[in-house]
Ligand binder design. Structure first.
Ligand SMILES: [Fe+2]
Length: 91
């Protein structure tokens, strides 16, 4: 996780066109979301296997929140930031 956060910090500090930097930052944020999902999914499954249904339910809810955050980031990237970044990169 430290490496992922460091990667995001590098995009924050990077010079250059803001939309290109933002596209990289969104990607870094999505890598964090995927890392989190990779933790919550198996933990939920293990809780289910152990019969800890309340725990499994809470982990499932958190997993869905992480998925929703990832989808929002994709929407922002696809609808605006990546479009502008691609135009800048094509110049
Ligand atoms: Fe998250």
């Amino acid at each position: 996780m430290k490496g992922l956060v460091k990667e995001g910090e590098q995009f924050i500090k990077a010079k250059g066109q803001p939309d290109v930097r933002d596209a990289g930052l969104i990607g870094a944020a999505q890598r964090v979301e995927h890392y989190e999902m990779a933790g919550y999914g198996p933990a939920r499954t293990l809780a289910k296997s152990l019969g800890l249904n309340d725990v499994a339910e809470a982990l499932q809810k958190t997993l869905e929140e992480e998925q929703a955050a990832d989808e929002k980031l994709t929407t922002v990237a696809e609808s605006d930031v990546n479009v502008t970044a691609a135009k800048v990169a094509a110049k």
